[in-house]
Design a protein around this ligand. Structure first.
Ligand code: CS2
Length: 469
């Protein structure tokens, strides 16, 4: 079957939107670490829109740990299909990614990072990709960081690569760049900035000093629900575009990207693609992370316990949906300091409607990944704030207990879980107290008797899978 590529692009039917710009004239201005589904559904689509006006914002993708994206996209000249799912599905060909490099292509990655045209290094490497400890600073003992500290010129971690790229730019006499984290971490820009500085300080103090003058790390909030690619999407994409695309991407139509206005040199005019630039992202970011992602993780662990498969299935369970809504309105919303004009009740209503969207098959098992990395930002920060303000934490501890039960169930039935701490979590198995005692997840709460008692009560309630109600 014909496959999507530059040579076949003009055979795509007119109903499918495609790059309206000359891809041959596109110059990569962004090096992006982690060109997975979330990046390709969201940021790459925004740059694709911008490229219609300005050819200087093409993307070089870097996949440090796998070949899958490079193998799928490079034979397609970086092109892929984005399906926007609502009652109707719209298909759009995205052209902003010029090529995808893999971790072994060291010289090419370094050349991209140190190219004069590059002005942004961006990342979607997931929470675990930053190698941070529970206090949010770089974990110098993390195996990938420890190895990169010994061999900083042959990095394997994202942080090691960012610093290697900055050092190469400094040596070449080039200006600095903006480092733009697009992951679901509270204060993502500040955290990446601190991690990059700490790594540079330990390996290359001259570059660390240069970074202070030449590099910015804006915070950013990114939001769009992006279910993993499945066979149904592959098949419907072939029907829509009339040819093969080995890795199409799907997302809901809703999309939001709020970026702190703190760039080095010229800022891409992403506002043309719907991006909001603001001095303070914090209010947006906390609202999204605590409400949407906090509810998502809670739905995932409670819903899997009730044998639901997708977010929409779980939302069709009236008792579960009611619990999630109360959690959001009564327990999470009071912890927020939204920007002026931000209507929290309406925002919650929109999230609930997005979760219920039947056109989106978002697997709870996908959201359940990496709970040890996600819960601190999604639930524990809210829980700490609630306690400090004297509010009840019963429903928030249900989220923690549902995650514990998910691990206990996996351990008891011999199932694997996807989590960087999987081995240790499963080894603790039924000993939930041992899991709560892990400071790398629970930090101060790991030795907090009243928190542990509260989780114990929630866990006992969840002996009945509907015990949340
Ligand atoms: C989800 C997020 O997989 C998950 O953990 O909660 O990926 C979520 O869909 C996005 O953050 C929405 O913007």
């Amino acid at each position: 079957m014909t496959r999507l590529s530059n040579a076949t692009l003009d055979r795509v039917p007119p109903a499918v939107a495609r790059p309206g710009y000359d891809r041959a004239a596109m110059v990569p201005g962004v090096v992006h670490f982690g060109p997975g589904a979330f990046h390709r559904a969201h940021q790459a689509a925004a740059f694709d829109t911008l490229l219609g006006d300005d050819p200087r914002w093409g993307i070089t993708g870097v996949s440090l740990n796998s070949h899958g994206v490079a193998d799928a996209l490079n034979p397609q000249d970086g092109l892929y299909t984005l399906a926007l799912r609502e009652a109707e599905t719209d298909y759009r060909i995205i052209g902003s990614i010029a090529r995808v490099l893999t971790g072994g292509e060291r010289a090419a990655i370094l050349a991209a990072l140190a190219a004069p045209a590059t002005r942004i290094f961006s990342t979607t490497v997931t929470e675990k990709g930053y190698c941070l400890g529970a206090d949010g600073t770089l974990d110098m003992d993390h195996p990938a960081i420890a190895a990169d500290l010994i061999h900083p010129r042959e990095p394997r971690s994202a942080i090691g690569w960012l610093v290697a790229g900055l050092a190469a730019r400094r040596h070449a006499g080039l200006p600095g760049v903006t480092i733009l984290s697009c992951d679901n971490l509270a204060d993502n820009g500040r955290k990446v900035g601190a991690a990059v500085r700490a790594f540079a300080q330990a390996t290359d103090p001259d570059t660390a000093r240069w970074i202070e003058q030449e590099v910015r790390f804006p915070n950013a909030m990114v939001d769009s629900i992006t279910p993993a690619t499945d066979d149904a999407l592959r098949a419907s994409t072939i029907a829509a575009i009339g040819m093969e695309d080995t890795w199409p991407i799907q997302r809901e139509r809703f999309t939001q990207w709020v970026i702190e206005d703190d760039f080095v040199g010229e800022r891409p005019e992403l506002d043309r693609a719907g991006v909001t630039f603001t001095r303070d992202v914090h209010g947006y970011e906390a609202a999204k992370l605590r409400l949407l992602n906090g509810a998502h993780s809670t739905l995932a662990y409670l819903g899997l316990g009730l044998d639901h498969a997708t977010v929409a299935d779980a939302m069709a369970d009236a008792g579960l949906a009611a619990f999630i809504e109360r959690l959001m309105r009564e327990d999470i919303a009071p912890s927020l300091s939204p920007p002026s004009g931000f209507d929290v009740p309406a925002y919650i209503a929109d999230i609930l409607a997005r979760f219920a969207n039947p056109a989106i098959e978002h697997k709870l098992s996908q959201i359940a990944w990496d709970g040890s990395q996600k819960l601190p930002y999604r639930i524990l920060d809210t829980l700490r704030d609630a306690r400090a303000a004297g509010r009840p934490i019963d429903r928030l501890t249900i989220s923690v207990a549902a995650w514990l039960r998910f691990i206990e169930h996996a351990a008891a039935t011999g199932q694997r879980i996807t989590d960087p701490l999987a081995d240790r979590l499963l080894a603790h198995g039924g000993d939930w107290r041992a899991i709560l005692a892990m400071p790398e997840i629970f930090a101060d709460l790991s030795a907090d008797a009243s928190f542990i008692d509260a989780v114990g009560r929630a866990r006992a309630a969840l002996a009945d899978p509907r015990g949340f109600a």
